[in-house]
Design a protein around this ligand. Structure first.
Ligand code: IOT
Ligand code: MG
Length: 512
C-alpha cells in the first residue's frame, strides 16, 4: 500500500476521438497530474481522455484487460480476502487491477464485494459504470453531454459547461451547480456515453435492522472489527502514520490501535484562543508514547479559512462546514512527512454520539437511523479536505464492516450506564487511560471554538443573534459559488468581501 494512492481524476468518455487530453482542470487537490488516454479496441467502446492526480508521478491510474478498462481513485481495504475470492494473490496487483479482476469474474456485481475508499470508472463494450464506495467517501460527479460523459472527483472541474445533464438514476444534482450530478453513496451507475440509457444498482445500504447480542460479545466484536479496519488502512506494522487526535474516545481508539505493535505514530491536535482539548489529547499521547504536536491558530484565522473548507468539501451546509473547518486548517498547518493521516471522524453517526442529550433509547435509535439515512452528499469524509494540503486521509470508523456492525447494534449498547458510545468505550478499556474512556463527548466545533468564532466575527460587525444562522448559510453559498462554480482559488476569496456581499443582500448594515 503506497502512502498516497490516486487522489482524484477528471475524465471525458466520448464517442469521438479526442484531439488531446485538454488542459489540466482546476483542482484543489494537489498532486502529480497523469494524463489518461485510452483508445477503443473495438468499435462502440468509448475514448477516454483526461487526467488522474497522484501523490507519485510514476503512478498508473488505469488497468485494462479483455476489453475492460478500470480507473480507480482511492484504495481497497480487504485486498487479501478480495484476492482469494477472485483466485488471485493480491500482492503485486494495484487496487485498480484487483477491482478489474473482481469485475472480470463477477461483472458489475463485483463492486458489491469491495470494501474501500474509492471512486471508480469501468468501461466495457459501449457502457461505462461509475461507482462510489459504500459510503461515497470519495465524492464522484458527472456531466452528460451529447458526445459523451464527463466524470470527476471534484465538482468544480465540471462546473463550466452549458446545459443540463440528463437525470441519470443513482445521481442527484450537485448543490449550486447546473448540469453537474453527484453519484450517490454505495451506487454504481451504468451509462452509455452520448445517450440517455442509464441504470443504477445499489452496492450497499446502511442496515435498518438491529442485532441482539450480549454486551460482552458486542464489546469483543467492536474491538476486533475496528482493530482490523485500522490495520488494513495503515500498511505494514512499522509504517509510520499521523493521527488527528482530540483526546475523545473516537480518535483515541484509533491511535491506540494504530500504535499497538510498535508502529511510530505522530499525533496532532488543534486548538484556538477560544478553546482547545490539549490536556485530554496529551493524556492519550503520553499513555501511548506517540510523537505529539500541538498546533494553535487564532480563532479569527481559523474562520478566515472557510473558503478552503468550502472549496474542498464542495458543500453549502454551514453546520457541517463548522465540523470540517478545524480539520482543514490543521491539515494545512501540519508539515507533510509523507505519512497518511488517520482520523476518528464519523464514529458519532452510527453510535449516536452527537445526541448525548437525547434521553430515551427509542429516540436515540431514531436519530441514528436518520443520520445514517442523510449523510450522503455532506462530503464529510472527502479526501480533498486533506489532499489539498498533500495529505491522504482515511477513516476507520467508516470502514464498511465497522459501519455495518456499529449501525446495527441495538441502542442499549450505545447508551448504557449513563454513558454515550458505551460499547466503544468498553472495547477500548484496556488500551486507554480511564480518564479517556470516561471522558464525555465534545464536538470538534465546540472543542476548537469554531462555531463560536464564526458567530463572534459576525456579532462584531453587528449581525443580530437571530440572523447568525441565516448569514452563515448565505456566506457558505457565496464561498461555494466563488470557489466551486467560478473556480476561484480559495486563497483569493476574502472572508470580509463575502460577508459584505451577504450583509448588503440581506439589507443588514455592517458596523466595522
Ligand atoms: P468529532 O467527533 O469531535 O471529531 C471528529 C474527528 O476529528 C476526531 O475523531 C478526531 O480524529 C478529529 N479531531 C477533532 N477535534 C480535533 C482537534 N481539536 N485536534 C485534532 N483532531 C481533532 C463532528 C464531531 O463532533 O467531530 N463529527 C461527527 C459527525 C457529525 C454529524 N454528521 C452527520 N450527521 N452526517 C463524527 O461522527 O465525527
Ligand atoms: Mg468523534
Amino acid at each position: 500500500m503506497g502512502s498516497s494512492p490516486i487522489i482524484g481524476f477528471s475524465i471525458h468518455l466520448g464517442t469521438v476521438a479526442p484531439t488531446d487530453t485538454g488542459s489540466i482542470p482546476p483542482w484543489v487537490s494537489t498532486g502529480h497530474a497523469i494524463p489518461v488516454l485510452v483508445e477503443p479496441k473495438t468499435s462502440g467502446e468509448p475514448y477516454w481522455s483526461g487526467w488522474a492526480l497522484a501523490g507519485d508521478s510514476r503512478a498508473t491510474a488505469v488497468a485494462s484487460h479483455d476489453g475492460v478498462t478500470v480507473l480507480l481513485a482511492g484504495e481497497l481495504y480487504h485486498r487479501a480476502e478480495l484476492g482469494s475470492v477472485v483466485g488471485e494473490t493480491a500482492d503485486g496487483l494495484s487496487d485498480a487491477e484487483l477491482l478489474l479482476a473482481c469485475w472480470l469474474r463477477y461483472g458489475p456485481s463485483g463492486l458489491r464485494l469491495c470494501n474501500g475508499r474509492f471512486a471508480a470508472v469501468v468501461a466495457e463494450n459501449d457502457s461505462v459504470v461509475v461507482a462510489t464506495d459504500h459510503a461515497g467517501t470519495i465524492p464522484l460527479y458527472l456531466r452528460t453531454r451529447p458526445d459523451g460523459v464527463d466524470v470527476a472527483t471534484e465538482a468544480k472541474v465540471l462546473a463550466e459547461g452549458a446545459g443540463d445533464s440528463f437525470p441519470a438514476p443513482g445521481t442527484e444534482p450537485a448543490p449550486g451547480l447546473t448540469g453537474v450530478r453527484r453519484v450517490q453513496a454505495g451506487t454504481a451507475v451504468t451509462l452509455v456515453p452520448g445517450s440517455t440509457v442509464a441504470e443504477a444498482a445499489r452496492t450497499w445500504r446502511p442496515p435498518h435492522h438491529r442485532l441482539i447480542v450480549s454486551p460482552d460479545e458486542a464489546v469483543n466484536r467492536v474491538a476486533d472489527v475496528l482493530d482490523k479496519a485500522v490495520r488494513t488502512r495503515l500498511g505494514g506494522p512499522h509504517d509510520p502514520v499521523t493521527a488527528v487526535l482530540s483526546g475523545g474516545i473516537d480518535s483515541s481508539s484509533v491511535v491506540a490501535l494504530a500504535s499497538g505493535g510498535g508502529r511510530p505514530v505522530r499525533t496532532i491536535s488543534l486548538g484556538t484562543d477560544i478553546g482547545d482539548e490539549f490536556a485530554a489529547a496529551r493524556v492519550v499521547a503520553e499513555h501511548l508514547g506517540t510523537r505529539h504536536h500541538e498546533f494553535r491558530c487564532s480563532s479569527e484565522e481559523l474562520v478566515r479559512q472557510l473558503p478552503w473548507a468550502v472549496a474542498a468539501a464542495e458543500i453549502v451546509d454551514a453546520e457541517v462546514l463548522e465540523y470540517l473547518l478545524p480539520l482543514v486548517v490543521l491539515y494545512r498547518m501540519v508539515p507533510n512527512e509523507g505519512t497518511r493521516i488517520v482520523t476518528g471522524y464519523g464514529a458519532d453517526i452510527p453510535l449516536g454520539g452527537m445526541h448525548r442529550t437525547t434521553e430515551r433509547l427509542h429516540s436515540l435509535d431514531e436519530v441514528i437511523a436518520f443520520d445514517m439515512g442523510t449523510f450522503d452528499g455532506l462530503n464529510e469524509l472527502s479526501p480533498v479536505l486533506g489532499s489539498m494540503a498533500g495529505h491522504w486521509t482515511t477513516h476507520p470508523f467508516w470502514d464498511r464492516d465497522v459501519l455495518d456492525l456499529l449501525t446495527a447494534l441495538e441502542p442499549g449498547l450505545k447508551r448504557r450506564d449513563g454513558r454515550d458510545k458505551w460499547v466503544l468505550r468498553e472495547a477500548m478499556r484496556e488500551l486507554l487511560p480511564t480518564a479517556t474512556v470516561t471522558r464525555p463527548k465534545l464536538g470538534i466545533h465546540e472543542g476548537s471554538g469554531t462555531s463560536s468564532a464564526w458567530s463572534q466575527l459576525l456579532r462584531r460587525v453587528g449581525v443580530a443573534e437571530s440572523d447568525l444562522a441565516s448569514v452563515k448559510t448565505a456566506m457558505a453559498a457565496v464561498f461555494h459559488r466563488r470557489t466551486v462554480r467560478e473556480q476561484e482559488p480559495p486563497g483569493e476569496v476574502s472572508f470580509d468581501d463575502v460577508l459584505d456581499e451577504v450583509m448588503s443582500e440581506q439589507n443588514l448594515a455592517v458596523t466595522r
